[in-house]
Write a protein that binds this ligand. Structure first.
Ligand code: AMP
Ligand code: MN
Ligand code: MN
Ligand code: MN
Length: 279
């Protein structure tokens, strides 16, 4: 049987994506996606529009979210929640709390960028975000490209915004306990997002996966837009060992700003249980 073209991780203009929720749905449909989850960062505001557009074109839709957590020694980890109830009060309030820290963080980032010659970055990033509670490093990256300091958003991260670079400001996000409680409490399945992107040793990674599982986490993105072939094999092994469900997740943010387009990842490796079999 032909595997389902599922893509369970992407972003709209409601967080740091470039397409409005309905446009994202139409692009997914045009690309042959059969089941899509919208997973904006710490925000549920695009789900109603996305679901309505998905119903219109006959695309399967999953309510999702990507929650930012702090882990270990100043690491940021992302946990995707799939099939959450968007009206769940504890989830809504928890996400609101995470978002409330973004504005002050953006001010600190702009101060640091100012010192290295990038001026007006707070106002510039806010222009792209539209809302101080949603301002992210992606919006800073767009402003910095616009100002001619870098050729594309990826190089902005390499020079200014990644951990250890001049514009990086450490930040406290949710705890892993909170994130899992919110997602599971809202009836969702928690999935570790892009596991290859964390700067963790093998031992630290296993600690993260173990803690995640103990708290009710059930899935891992074996396929992610930013993951190389050898990482896919490694996370497929991890999924089998820990008994995790496997996800297929482009993490699409917009044309020209993404690793891969919607619905274009390869099929999952063999002998894995797809997370969508449980949604
Ligand atoms: P924030 O939540 O404000 O820390 O912003 C994180 C966002 O920045 C991620 O969700 C990605 O969209 C983007 N991002 C992080 N690292 C990179 C990178 N190396 N290249 C391009 N985009 C990145
Ligand atoms: Mn993002
Ligand atoms: Mn992420
Ligand atoms: Mn993402």
């Amino acid at each position: 049987m032909k595997p389902l073209n599922a893509d369970l991780h992407c972003h709209s203009t409601v967080s740091d994506g470039l397409l409005a929720p309905a446009d994202l749905i139409r692009r997914a449909d045009a690309n042959g996606v059969e089941l899509l989850a919208l997973t904006d960062h710490d925000e549920l505001g695009g789900l109603v529009e996305a679901r309505a557009a998905a119903d219109e074109v006959g695309l399967g839709f999953v309510d999702g979210v990507e929650v930012s957590i702090s882990w270990g020694d100043d690491q940021t980890v992302h946990i995707v929640g799939l099939g959450i109830d968007p009206t769940n009060p504890a989830l809504g309030e928890g996400l609101r709390q995470i978002r409330s820290g973004r504005d002050a963080r953006a001010g600190l980032m702009a101060e640091e960028l100012d010192k290295v010659g990038i001026h007006g970055a707070y106002e510039g990033a806010l222009r792209y975000a539209g809302n101080p509670a949603l301002v992210s490093r992606s919006h800073f990256a767009r402003f910095i490209v616009e100002q001619g300091h870098a050729k594309d958003t990826k190089s902005v991260f390499d020079y200014w915004l990644a951990k250890g670079k001049p514009g990086y400001v450490s930040h406290t996000w949710a705890t892993i306990e909170d994130a899992l409680n919110w997602i599971v409490g809202a009836g969702g399945i928690a999935v570790i997002a892009h596991p290859g992107r964390y700067r963790l040793s093998r031992t630290e990674r296993r600690e993260l996966f173990g803690a995640f599982k103990d708290l009710g986490g059930r899935g891992i993105e074996v396929l992610s837009g930013s993951q190389k072939d050898e990482e896919v094999s490694e996370f497929a092994r991890i999924a089998r060992e820990f008994g995790f469900l496997a996800s297929r997740a482009s993490d699409f943010h917009g044309p020209g700003e993404s690793w891969i387009d919607l619905g274009r990842l390869p099929d999952l490796p063999d002998n894995l249980v797809p997370v969508w079999s449980q949604l």
